[in-house]
Design a protein around this ligand. Structure first.
Ligand SMILES: [Zn+2]
Length: 79
């Protein structure tokens, strides 16, 4: 079952910017809207957002952000 659906991925020499939907593990009918911006030199997250409660209340990177991150960096970050 597919759990990440990309809306777009933009790659510049400096960053990867992506947005997509990531499926909830506890409720497979529910999808979260996730955004991530990744530094291509260090492969680290610069900015991220997710519509799940975990991110909303704790303001820290949640598993949905990591799922999108893994999807767009599976071939590496380097330009
Ligand atoms: Zn989340």
């Amino acid at each position: 079952m597919r759990s990440v659906v990309l809306k777009y991925v933009r790659r510049t020499p400096r960053v990867i910017v992506a947005e997509g939907f990531v499926r909830s593990e506890s409720d497979p009918r529910r999808w979260y809207n996730v955004f991530v911006e990744i530094d291509r030199r260090t492969c680290t997250v610069l900015h991220a957002r997710c519509t799940c409660d975990d991110f909303y209340y704790r303001k820290r990177l949640c598993k949905h952000i990591y799922a999108l991150y893994r999807e767009v960096t599976k071939y590496g970050c380097a330009p």
